[in-house]
Design a protein around this ligand. Structure first.
Ligand code: ADP
Ligand code: MG
Length: 153
């Protein structure tokens, strides 16, 4: 199957999922992160970037739209498109230059960039479940399916 549901009891478990993703990348990957404000999208991204070996802070790119990292042999781009007024703005950012054959792209609020973003290998939707969160992970491409298989192993 191409869908995995995980229950995340606390922030640590969300960070651990990010770390597991970090250990599992085998090719350039695009992951869309869905969910309401506070659902844990940035926390999961932090888990990925730190899991790849980044020692410093991972701050939310709310105002910068994208935060780049070079870590673990990857070029990582962490996007937060929440404040994007118009998908066309991505054109001026040179959006195509980010989605390269050696980059890992994590995109919060991809809906705001509708029509301007390449297709995602994986969609992760985070939802509130009381104090916990539930992650619904869906793989859309061979790259996404390979990643999902490593996550469920
Ligand atoms: P988003 O980027 O989706 O707006 P953040 O990751 O910035 O969300 O914030 C998530 C908030 O929810 C943090 O304050 C975090 O401590 C809290 N939290 C509680 N439980 C969890 C969980 N299981 N996973 C992630 N964050 C959690
Ligand atoms: Mg966020």
């Amino acid at each position: 199957t191409n869908i995995l549901n995980l229950s995340l009891a606390d922030e640590q478990q969300t960070l651990a999922l990010g770390s597991k993703l970090a250990q599992s990348f085998g090719a350039a990957t695009i992951i869309f992160l869905h969910g309401d404000l506070g659902a844990g999208k940035t926390t999961l991204s932090r888990g990925v970037v730190q899991g790849l070996g980044h020692q410093g802070k991972v701050k939310s790119p709310t105002y910068t739209l994208v935060e780049p990292y070079q870590v673990g042999g990857w070029q990582v781009y962490h996007f937060d498109l929440y404040r994007l007024a118009d998908p066309e703005e991505l054109e001026y950012m040179g959006i195509r230059d980010y989605f390269t054959p050696d980059s890992l792209c994590l995109v919060e609020w991809p809906e705001r960039g509708h029509g301007m973003l390449p297709a995602a290998d994986m969609d992760i939707t985070l939802q509130y479940e009381g104090e916990r969160r539930v992650a619904r992970i869906e793989a859309n491409t061979p790259v996404g399916i390979a990643l999902l298989e490593k996550l469920s192993a």
